[in-house]
Ligand binder design. Sequence first.
Ligand code: DX5
Ligand code: ZN
Length: 221
Amino acid sequence: RNSYSIAPSILSADLARLGEECTAVLEAGADMIHFDVMDNHYVPNMTFGPVVCKAIRNYGITAHIDVHLMVEPVDDLITRFAEAGASSITFHPEATRHVDRSLELIQSHGCKGGLVLNPATPLSTIEWLVEKIDMLLLMSVNPGFGGQSFIPYVLQKVAKARALLDQHGSAARLEVDGGVKVDNIAELAAAGADTFVAGSAIFGADDYRAVISQMRDKIQP
Ligand code: DX5
Ligand code: ZN
């Protein structure tokens, strides 16, 4: 079983001070930086691209940068993010014409690659790629915005995804994104998630260290 990782989503950071915000959450105990890329096409919102990822690297952030592509199409941006210093890249399968090819493109750059399933997208979508992915990201809100409420049925989906990965002997990370808080992280871990994205729960707090420790206490009894 993978160790637990807490991945603050910088979507909810003070973007005018992005470098400092990344440093602050990492010093407060975060394991990786979750980097939400929105193109105002695949989702109705727009954020930041490869130049910002590169800027974070140049600022001196050496931690894992987990790029979540909410864009369509994906292939051009995969290459640009790999060159900009992404550690892992995930994309939504319906946003690319050739899912296997896009996954291979990520991995060919030496990055970890994964698929993201929206809340209502069935797990069967990844049936033929289970043994190829390094990560499976389950959205627990509809993508596009931070600060939304966790959709309860996704808890069951996490358990099913855990079983699917185990059945295939996969060591892929099982990541949950959307509405993750101190109050629901324990049940997500119990259902089999190992990587927890949290935007508003962490950046919305005054004390990042306190929230991250509270989250860790809930998942590491
Ligand atoms: C939503 C993004 C999430 C979001 C999570 O489209 O993928 O990463 O920032 O934010 P919270 O934790 O506030 O739901
Ligand atoms: Zn995300």
